[in-house]
Design a protein around this ligand. Structure first.
Ligand SMILES: NC(=O)C1=CN([C@@H]2O[C@H](COP(=O)(O)OP(=O)(O)OC[C@H]3O[C@@H](n4cnc5c(N)ncnc54)[C@H](OP(=O)(O)O)[C@@H]3O)[C@@H](O)[C@H]2O)C=CC1
Ligand SMILES: N[C@@H](C[C@H]1CC(C(=O)O)=NO1)C(=O)O
Length: 327
């Protein structure tokens, strides 16, 4: 069969991660990268990959099977997603959890208008962790679920800080609170508040003349990202950011702790240890691009989430092969 023709919209950490994932997926080919910057500004991993201006993307709809949206969730995807979902089958990693219902509705209307399939909020959280939360509570109805991230770099929170006027560069680390992790693992099933579970720490490079107190205040009060957490903001130089904060490792785990009968304790745990958050997330997006291509061929139009995708659709192997090898 013809390779699945994949393109990237947005060339940042995630977009570069998709480029890195391509050689591991020989049933796919990368046919282009689209950017809002001047194409000649970009240096694709493979110099042969054509780079186009985002402004001309509508002219490429006929030779792209799946467009992987790699923009930022804070500002890019809410605008780019609905525009592109009418023209292309799309996969994205939209992760502003509180806004997922409204984003789903906008993507669903747009994808249906174009007879397209749009898989939103893939990745690991939302994404693989979401699946494990849903399966965990279905399997152990009498139980509690805990999600912990880090210690590591959240790309969504880092992107959100970078969008603040006066910020030239930034990263955000998510730090689980040890006492909360202990509580979750103890099986005591205590309710833990958002603030009790994680602290957040930002390292920010300011533009010349920017007001540090105003930037700190904007971060700490930012709804959906920082308002519900104890957050520390450190101001550093661009050189320090490049030297000390280029690694993007992360990870975390989802625990479902429950009882199947009085006193019979059962625990499910799914964990990730990631040396590169963007490369792992991009690998998830590429597997879901395979599923979206198949869903579209099956006439499954509109917006989907990871809850709607049968695991077998992620695999390049046939259903028969999977039954024989992995069941
Ligand atoms: N669901 C999940 O588990 C996860 C979700 N995510 C999501 O992925 C999103 C993207 O993260 P990430 O790739 O790290 O974000 P980046 O900041 O690296 O990139 C976001 C966009 O900014 C533009 N950009 C990138 N670098 C530059 C630059 N040097 N100068 C100007 N513009 C630039 C690119 O658009 P253009 O090329 O058009 O200029 C790019 O698409 C996050 O906001 C997060 O929400 C991330 C990890 C996990
Ligand atoms: N969406 C997150 C992926 C995980 C990490 C995270 C956090 O550290 O708050 N929440 O979800 C990201 O952008 O890295």
């Amino acid at each position: 069969p013809q390779p699945i023709r994949v393109a990237i919209a947005g060339h940042g950490n995630l977009g570069r991660g998709v480029e890195a994932a391509m050689p591991h997926n020989p049933d796919m080919s990368l046919v282009g990268i689209f950017t809002r910057r001047a194409p000649e500004q970009l240096s694709p991993k493979c110099p042969a990959t054509p780079v186009f201006s985002m402004a001309e993307i509508s002219g490429h709809a006929d030779h792209i099977d799946v467009l992987i949206l790699c923009g930022g969730s804070k500002e890019d995807l809410p605008q780019q997603g609905p525009e592109l979902a009418a023209l292309f089958n799309t996969v994205d990693s939209f992760d502003t959890h509180a806004r997922i219902p409204e984003y789903f509705a906008a993507m669903d209307a747009s994808a249906r208008s174009g007879g397209r399939t749009a898989l939103i909020s893939a990745g690991w959280d939302p994404g693989m962790f979401s699946i494990n939360r849903v399966v965990g509570e279905a399997l152990l109805p009498n139980g509690d679920t805990y999600t912990f991230w880090g210690d590591g770099l959240s790309q969504g929170h880092s992107d959100a800080v970078r969008r603040i006027p006066g910020v030239a560069g930034a990263v955000q680390y998510t730090r689980p609170v040890p006492a909360a992790v202990e509580q979750a693992r103890s099986g005591a099933r205590r309710v833990l508040t958002t603030r009790e579970k994680h602290n957040r720490e930002c390292f920010v490079v300011l533009d010349e003349g920017a007001d540090a107190d105003q930037v700190r205040d904007t971060i700490i009060k930012m709804p959906h990202y920082f308002a519900d957490y104890d957050t520390t903001v450190n101001f550093i130089s661009a050189a320090e950011l490049a030297r000390d904060h280029s690694a993007m490792s992360h990870g975390g785990f989802v625990i479902r702790s429950g009882n199947t009968a009085a006193g019979t304790k059962q625990t499910i745990e799914y964990s990730l240890k990631l040396e590169s958050n963007p490369e792992f997330t991009a690998s998830v997006l590429v597997a879901y691009a395979r599923a979206v291509h198949r869903l579209h061929q099956m006439g499954q139009y509109g917006a989907k989430t990871v809850f709607d995708v049968a695991p077998g659709l992620l695999s390049p192997k046939s259903a028969e092969q999977l039954r024989a090898e992995q069941l």
